[in-house]
Design a protein around this ligand. Structure first.
Ligand SMILES: NC(=O)C1=CN([C@@H]2O[C@H](COP(=O)(O)OP(=O)(O)OC[C@H]3O[C@@H](n4cnc5c(N)ncnc54)[C@H](OP(=O)(O)O)[C@@H]3O)[C@@H](O)[C@H]2O)C=CC1
Ligand SMILES: O=C(O)C(=O)CO
Length: 313
């Protein structure tokens, strides 16, 4: 069994060593431009078109992340990027859910305890206790009720916040109100105080967080974008912040990354920024999952994590 590996920044030696340990019978190599030698599986992140073009004999391609938009969004212009009929897998959780929980819980509590307001008071050397928020004033609305959204919902429910979620299909989670489909989006937004985005980037979800959506949130709302920058119309976000519709935002992802120095988001006092680190791929957990899936495929057994190319995630 031959496996080719390509990631622009990962530690190749680490990945090859641990892949070989988990798949002793495999021959694993880092793909280099010009390598047209046969392969059974490809592990990729932002692959060059030539890497997979023409490789119809591949048994599967594994994206080394949760979101597969970097591949699917290029298929229109580069149909050879993913060989026809070859299944594409993505990483489901593999250590990312815990990271998303850490990020979401810490930021929601930061806003709930008004630490942003106390930081602002500190700038004025102001010693002034503020009215406390109550949990029932702090409904969390999670856009995207999937592998990561479900875990974030679970952790915020554990803190006693009302939680609702929005997805294409109805969810039956204890103590979480599920809204499904475009026709229920407004009802989901109404009363949401903290909007957390964990949607995949698809043609339907691009630019979804725009002024019309933000205006439907509860007064004094917050935005936590943990998914993709293309979900947010950045000028609409800035306008909503400047006009008071939105109280604050924390953004981990951006339309252009790194975020250009000239972006007004850098300087906005009520915008917090992290450099796309909300949930990074945990190599060992990813390798374990990939090895399990390859072994299942070799045995003709059921697998999880296969991407539905038609729906885009
Ligand atoms: N910033 C970071 O570091 C990271 C960001 N991410 C981002 O998080 C995203 C989510 O990951 P994950 O939870 O694993 O993904 P999943 O595929 O498990 O979940 C996606 C969710 O979005 C819902 N959804 C998709 N399209 C629509 C739509 N058009 N309308 C309504 N709901 C929709 C799905 O609905 P349904 O359940 O009905 O199918 C599902 O609930 C990734 O795609 C990636 O972009 C992931 C990891 C790290
Ligand atoms: O896994 C993903 O989709 C990510 O964004 C990781 O950076």
């Amino acid at each position: 069994m031959d496996i080719i590996f390509y990631h622009p920044t990962f530690d190749n030696a680490y990945w090859l060593t641990h892949l070989q340990q988990h798949l002793p019978e495999a021959r694993v190599r880092v793909w280099q431009p010009g390598d047209n030698q046969p392969a059974d599986y490809a592990l990729v992140w932002h692959p060059p078109v030539e890497m997979l073009a023409g490789r119809q004999s591949l048994k599967a391609v594994f994206a080394l992340g949760a979101g597969v938009d970097a591949i699917l969004s290029r298929l229109k212009t580069h149909p050879d990027l993913l060989p026809q009929g070859v299944p594409l897998y993505r990483l489901e959780d593999t250590g990312m859910a815990r990271q998303m929980q850490e990020y979401a819980v810490s930021q929601v509590l930061h806003w709930f305890r008004r630490f942003d307001d106390y930081q602002a008071q500190k700038q004025q050397a102001q010693w002034q206790p503020l009215d406390e928020y109550q949990p029932d004033q702090f409904t969390i609305g999670i856009l995207g009720a999937g592998v990561l959204g479900s875990k974030v919902a679970e952790s915020l429910r554990a803190w006693g916040f009302p939680v609702c979620c929005w997805s294409r299909s109805r969810k039956a989670w204890p103590e979480v109100q599920s809204f499904a489909g475009q026709h229920e989006l407004d009802a989901f937004l109404h009363g949401t105080r903290v909007l957390i985005n964990l949607l995949p980037n698809t043609p339907e979800t691009e630019n979804i967080i725009n002024r019309a959506l933000l205006d439907k949130l509860a007064d004094g709302a917050y935005l936590l974008n943990l998914a993709r920058g293309v979900h947010v119309v950045e000028q609409d976000l800035l306008d909503a912040l400047n006009e008071g519709t939105l109280k604050a935002a924390m953004l981990d992802v951006f339309r252009q990354e790194p975020l250009p120095q000239e972006s007004d988001l850098w300087r906005h006092p009520r915008v917090a920024i992290t450099p796309h680190v909300a949930a990074v791929t945990r190599p060992l957990e990813a390798i374990r999952y990939i090895a399990e899936t390859i072994n299942a495929l070799e045995r003709g057994e059921a697998t999880r994590g296969q991407v539905d190319l038609a729906r885009g995630y």
